[in-house]
Design a protein around this ligand. Structure first.
Ligand code: DAH
Length: 356
């Protein structure tokens, strides 16, 4: 049998705890009560510590009784705390200390970076036109960034792309570089596709987006890092007309049904023939303004893939042809929003970013 005095003692602990709690009305009083009745040194807790000294028969009986008292005190404490909180709120409302008619503080919403917004729009438009996204590495070899694209070692066209070299010269004529354009991805993509069926390589229709790096003197139009979106279509019988159609359609989807476009002859080592692609300035409607000058805006470069580049990708230029283009998404965003300095994009100034 259990010790009747301990059971009695527990009952009086319970009763005095509940009595003391009943009259409490403030948070401070509740805390003091908790310290006296439920902390480690409270009477009910001391009973638990004494359990070890009891007989094996007494132990479960007393243990259970003590636990019931503890739970009863905890439950009562929870209920009283809730009641006290509710009372305080009611009092505050009654004395109008809490003005529920005050307007709330505005929540600051995050948003997508303008660059991300324009990239996503371009992915959507190209997706509708049947292009898949192909991602390629940012650290390249000289071989892929230049040689495979028909810029041999020492070729003067390399001067157009000031390059960050990232090895110490161990690799001779094939140093590692930060890619200066997304064009090397063309060769990776063609090699990957042609490896699946070297005799009859499958057609390719992809866009290659990504960050590019150049060792530039920065100014309003040049940054050391910028995005490009490259496009590539390879297959039997692809012509310059397909290229013109694709880019003209792109311009209409981006800027409106009636926008006019034009192609100007140009030079890139990896395309032949090559062209520069312009869109009629939508800011001034082609009249000529501070942004465009003569009424036309240059959007990117393009051309028919050079036979050497097709061959490097595993496509026989006698049987296959292709077109390629390279666009600057930041440039498109600048034109569309009238942003006059490319350096704003990566400065992380909220006054700029919050406008989009
Ligand atoms: N890679 C070129 C550059 O960064 C842009 C370019 C021009 C890409 C013509 C192309 C192209 O695919 O056909 O200057």
């Amino acid at each position: 049998m259990s010790d009747p005095t301990i059971i009695q003692e527990l009952e009086s602990i319970r009763q005095s705890g509940l009595d003391a709690l009943a009259g409490l009305n403030s948070e401070e009083e509740l805390q003091a009560w908790h310290a006296a009745h439920l902390s480690r040194t409270a009477p009910v807790m001391l009973v638990f510590q004494k359990l070890g000294k009891l007989t094996p028969e007494e132990r479960p009986v007393v243990g259970q009784a003590a636990n019931q008292v503890k739970v009863a005190l905890e439950t009562a404490f929870g209920e009283r705390s809730a009641a006290v909180k509710e009372q305080a709120l009611a009092q505050a409302l009654a004395s109008e200390k809490l003005d529920v008619t005050l307007p709330g503080r505005p929540v600051v919403h995050g948003r997508l970076h303008p660059d991300t917004q324009i990239l996503r729009e371009l992915y959507r438009v190209f997706g509708e036109m049947g292009f898949q996204v192909y991602r390629s590495r940012e650290v390249e070899t000289d071989e892929y960034n230049f040689q495979m694209l028909n810029f041999p070692v020492g070729h003067p066209a390399r001067d157009m792309q000031d390059t960050y070299f990232i090895d110490a010269g161990e690799r001779g004529d094939n140093p590692l570089v930060m890619r200066t354009h997304t064009s090397p991805g063309q060769v990776h993509a063609m090699q990957e596709a042609s490896a699946t069926n070297p005799q009859n390589p499958p057609p390719v229709r992809i866009i290659l987006p990504g960050m590019c790096y150049r060792y530039e003197q920065t100014d309003a139009r040049h940054e050391t890092q910028f995005d490009q979106i490259e496009g590539l279509a390879v297959g039997p019988g692809i012509t310059f007309t397909n290229l013109k159609g694709t880019l003209s359609d792109l311009a209409r989807r981006l800027f409106g049904q009636h926008v006019r476009t034009r192609f100007r002859a140009s030079y890139f080592p990896f395309t032949e023939p090559s062209a520069e692609f312009d869109v009629e300035c939508f800011l001034c409607g082609g009249k000529g303004c501070a942004v465009c000058g003569g009424g036309w805006l240059e959007i990117g470069g393009c051309g028919m893939v050079h036979p050497n580049v097709l061959r490097n990708g595993g496509y026989d230029p006698e049987r296959y042809s292709g077109f390629a283009f390279g666009l600057g998404p930041q440039r498109i965003a600048m034109l569309r929003y009238g942003i006059n300095d490319i350096r704003y994009f990566w400065e992380n100034d909220l006054r700029f970013l919050e406008q989009f």
